[in-house]
Design a protein around this ligand. Structure first.
Ligand code: TXA
Ligand code: MG
Length: 332
């Protein structure tokens, strides 16, 4: 596919005959270029406050199919639809009083709501994997907001990494995993939250489908105890696959000590090659998690081993431990 060039910018092609992935700046020119690529059903990775997303037009079967192809993602995993505001969100999903209250409290931000899909939503059925529900998120990141407004439509966006690998929190991580497979990445620096959004199902009883950037406790304070959905054998959220977010090296969790030849990823004071947070701050640890897993992987080398210090199971620690358990799971 050849997409008309913005004046002064080289034309490029997507699909099988992919040129180099363009790195765009978060400037009006870069955003205009990104919007033109998305308008031609191309793929653009962009920063959100959680992780970088791989965006494509959520109304276009072709764009959405390209996302699955670029990631090598199993088709049964539906994607999150990103919108700039509530007015847009309400054109795709049905909000009951509960959903409106949660949205008012936590959006824009690192929360995704799974809600009944509107019959007239007009989304590609590939986005929802033909379910009658849809996952929606209003990201807070100014570059994500600016891109959604420049594009003027909903963006389907999974994390911008090959399926099953560590999620990207910097533009360079996106290039590492997907260079040549996507049209462009907008460089917006490091992601502040560093783990993916919390996914809350509000179709029936409130259900925690994936722990993430909003602490479970904050949602439970509003909704009462949450059911926990999900089953690793039959995932309805890819974060629920047993082996996911996996680095190349073997991972040992709750490591109190370092064995010979292990790279130690610490938390809190003490001896470590890399430390998620020397001051034992879970928010700082979440922001460092995926970047440091990549660094530890490089330090460990081929066939190497990473030992990770215990992380408290509270606040963002739940999301961190969820990702670490999957990183340590036997590889399928
Ligand atoms: O922070 C994030 O959520 C990032 C950024 C880019 O927004 N996105 C992200 O997307 O993590 P992804 O594709 O890696 O995860 C989307 C999750 C999956 O676990 C998927 O199964 C779930 O959302 N999901 C999507 N639609 C759903 C639905 N209708 N019902 C249940 N789960 C759904
Ligand atoms: Mg992902």
């Amino acid at each position: 596919m050849v997409i008309p060039a913005t004046p002064g910018i080289k034309p490029y092609a997507t699909s099988q005959k992919m040129n180099e992935t363009e790195t765009l700046t978060a400037t009006p020119e870069g955003l205009a270029r990104a919007a033109a690529i998305l308008g031609a059903q191309g793929l653009v990775a962009f920063p959100t406050e959680t992780v970088y997303g791989l965006g494509g037009d959520a109304r276009s079967d072709l764009a959405v199919a390209r996302i699955f192809d670029a990631k090598g993602r199993p088709r049964f995993n539906p994607l999150i639809v990103h919108v700039p505001d509530m007015a847009s969100a309400r054109t795709f999903a049905v909000f009951d009083a509960r959903a409106k209250a949660v949205a008012a409290a936590f959006w824009p931000g690192p929360l995704t709501l799974v809600l009944p899909l509107r019959a007239d939503a007009g989304l590609s059925p590939l986005v929802t994997a033909e379910l009658n529900t849809v996952a929606i998120r209003i990201p807070a990141h100014p570059v994500a907001q600016a891109l959604l407004r420049a594009f003027g439509g909903p963006l389907a966006a999974p994390s911008a990494n090959p399926s099953g690998r560590v999620s990207p929190t910097r533009a360079a991580h996106v290039i590492d995993g997907l260079s040549g497979r996507i049209d462009a990445v907008i460089d917006g620096g490091s992601c502040a939250v560093g783990v993916e959004s919390t996914i809350l199902g509000l179709v029936e009883e409130p259900a925690l489908l994936r722990p993430g950037g909003i602490a479970t406790e904050a949602l439970e304070a509003m909704l009462g105890p949450l059911a926990t959905g999900g089953n690793a054998e039959k995932p309805n959220a890819p974060g629920q696959l047993a082996s996911h977010y996996a680095p190349g090296a073997a991972v040992r969790l709750n490591a109190q000590t370092r064995l010979p030849d292990e790279v130690r990823l610490g938390f809190g004071p003490g001896d470590a090659d890399l430390n998620l947070s020397a001051k034992a701050d879970l928010i700082e640890a979440a922001a460092n998690l995926f970047h440091m897993l990549r660094e530890a992987d490089v330090l460990a080398g081929r066939g190497g081993r990473i030992a990770i210090a215990p992380i408290p199971e509270q606040g963002l620690g739940r999301a961190i431990n969820d990702r670490l358990r999957r990183a340590a799971a036997p590889r399928g």
